[in-house]
Design a protein around this ligand. Sequence first.
Ligand SMILES: [Zn+2]
Ligand SMILES: [Zn+2]
Length: 222
Amino acid sequence: MGGIPGAREELDRLGRALRTQLVELIDDLTPGGDLRLLFLDEPKIVDWHEPLRYEYSSSFSGKRPAHIGAADIVSRAAALLGSAGWEVATSQEEAGGRPRTVVTGRRDGCGIEVRAVDHMSTVWFSGQTPAMALYEPEEFQWPEPVRTAETITSGYVLCYECDGLGWCPGCGGRGWAHDEARGRKNCSACHRDRVCLICRGAAQLAISQLSPYQRGYYPELG
Ligand SMILES: [Zn+2]
Ligand SMILES: [Zn+2]
């Protein structure tokens, strides 16, 4: 796949900046949390339409100190994000029938959310970079057949299902097909096996082992 110049570097830079900001918030608002649990190592595919889009994302939960209330956490989070150049908004949502306050920050297409409630000491942090295309979409190259009339083994016939392709004739060995809603769906012919279900990839079948039904595909065998 052809990488889009500079795209991975830019996404990595945003991922590092996001991590730095999350660490600063967690250290300040819920000190003592185990930051090894803040995973932001590899971008994940979040949109399977071509070109595939990748983002870094992570979530973390910490405990606010006993003497600091949820309202203080929320205003402190908003102040920290605001002073670091994030566009900040505060809103209420409902979680399990109780109100929960959410602070949202946006910067460079990245998002951070901090959630706090009165009745629990848990503070939830989450963040994500924008979803970015890293590779140019590439035209799929249908594979070369594994066997042809020229390369078939003596005593064999080309598989009637794939005609010598060996790979699943439904998807050409990719294991998936395009799907308008989700981008990709599992191939309905091979269910991600990728190879032809009749010859299991051999592309040819031994004449001596053909069932009477299978021989019906080869009238020339008599
Ligand atoms: Zn086959
Ligand atoms: Zn298939």
